[in-house]
Design a protein around this ligand. Structure first.
Ligand code: ING
Length: 310
């Protein structure tokens, strides 16, 4: 028996500061229509899909910062996306900067299923970069300044005939993000990202940007027996290049679909959720093979298990 989910990974090219949300939503709808035309059940967009990656600038005026945030979802500007999805009968997931009615700021993503039901929401936990401006950098990375650490765990929800979850960008570099969902039986993880090629504190890593991106997506997929859909916002935004390398990764750890450009590009794959079963039942059978008591003992002792004397 197969449970096929046809996925459209909707990579977005550069979004400049002057680009309106309406113009971005128009591009998103074009990709959504392509996805529907190819029989996709869900289309997945990047992190902070609606605007340029604004944490690259130091801004002091909170009103200016808040212009990059959404106070409601759907908003007037994003309603056409929700309406088109309902018309096409397709699910979707995308990231945006969330400003709550209580005035809290999060880097957020959501999943909407084919019926238009909001299935789940997630707020980014691993916020990279720095809080105070660092003038030595070619560009800033002020996520710690503009967002709070997410207060929603990595949830897993019934959607598209299986169990789906989300993480956001830097989360994909941390095994805990995958494992928390793996322990809930996740079968497909959506992860959008905005990844500058140049990492100012470690420029020697720059040449490995795409490799590290795919390494963590593949490892997370294999080690938790799940599909992983990694979707980039890429190209040169305000002089800062961000990587594409949008990838659809099978529970085998193999990349079965990958973008070829730094532009708006739809990567499509038929993903059989039942392919997760053999990994969850054998190699990564957590009930059979994981040793959480040992992990706790080691962590409590803050050391490693020492080999016996003999
Ligand atoms: N961006 C980057 C990411 O984790 C980064 C930050 C770049 C970390 C390069 C390490 C190396 O993909 C976001 N938005 O998290």
């Amino acid at each position: 028996m197969s449970r096929i989910v046809t996925v459209g990974a909707a990579q977005m090219g550069a979004i400049q500061r002057a680009d309106s949300r309406a113009a971005v939503v128009k591009r998103m709808i074009e990709l959504m229509r392509q996805a529907a035309a190819h029989g996709c059940d869900v289309v997945v967009y990047p992190e902070l899909t609606l605007t340029t990656f604004f944490p690259r600038w130091f801004m002091e005026n909170q009103d200016e910062i808040d212009t990059f945030f959404e106070r409601e979802m759907p908003s007037n500007e994003t309603a056409p996306l929700f309406n088109e999805a309902a018309r096409l009968g397709i699910g979707f997931s995308f990231g945006y900067a969330e400003l709550t009615p209580e005035g809290r700021h999060f880097n957020t993503s959501l999943i909407v299923d084919k019926t238009g039901r909001q299935v789940g929401k997630y707020r980014k936990i691993h916020l990279p970069g720095h809080r105070e401006p660092e003038p030595w950098r070619a560009f800033q990375h002020l996520e710690k300044r503009y967002f709070e650490v997410g207060d929603l765990s990595w949830g897993v929800w019934n959607a598209f005939g299986g169990l789906a979850g989300m993480m956001i960008c830097n989360d994909r570099r941390w095994p805990e993000s995958y494992r928390v969902m793996g322990l809930q039986g996740v079968e497909m993880i959506f992860v959008g990202y905005n990844t500058p090629r140049h990492n100012p504190p470690a420029p020697d890593h720059d040449r490995l940007s795409e490799f590290h991106n795919q390494l963590v997506l593949q490892a997370g997929a294999y080690q938790n027996g799940t599909w992983v859909v990694g979707v980039g916002k890429c190209g040169v935004e305000e002089g800062c290049e961000m990587i594409g390398a949008t990838s659809i990764v099978a529970p085998t750890g193999e990349i079965i679909g990958q973008s070829l450009t730094q532009e708006d590009e739809l990567v499509i794959a038929r993903c059989d959720l039942d392919l997760t079963k053999s990994y969850k039942a054998t190699t990564f059978n957590f009930d059979l093979h994981r040793e959480p008591d040992q992990y706790r003992r080691i962590v409590e002792q803050k050391g490693v298990i020492r080999p016996s004397a003999d």
